[in-house]
Write a protein that binds this ligand. Sequence first.
Ligand SMILES: [Zn+2]
Ligand SMILES: [Zn+2]
Length: 121
Amino acid sequence: MSDQPDAAERILAAVNAMADAASKALADLGEQFKPVMQTMRRLAADPLVQAEVHRRQVMRALGFPVPRGCHCACADAHPGTRVCDGEPVTTTLRRFELLGEVQLQVPTCAPCAAELMAQTR
Ligand SMILES: [Zn+2]
Ligand SMILES: [Zn+2]
């Protein structure tokens, strides 16, 4: 038995709402984005993503400022798809050319992460 069934339900609702919003955005873009949707569902089921969604909800509920900002650099990462919801709930590994090649985990919103994962498959 969970001691906070209420909280768990709220997280699920939030994650589902997120997946729904993304699915609506992506449905407009056509068949080729089906893999993205599948990845979105996988992300929504990820305990780490759920924990982050929950953490942000709790912070907001307590009146703390919650930083927004997806650092995915959409124009480079997935040009032509505007799925970003600006609400970072996970991280993705991005490669940067600085002085040589650097790999960094950057905060990424769920739709962007799904888009990136679908690409690299
Ligand atoms: Zn993006
Ligand atoms: Zn994004």
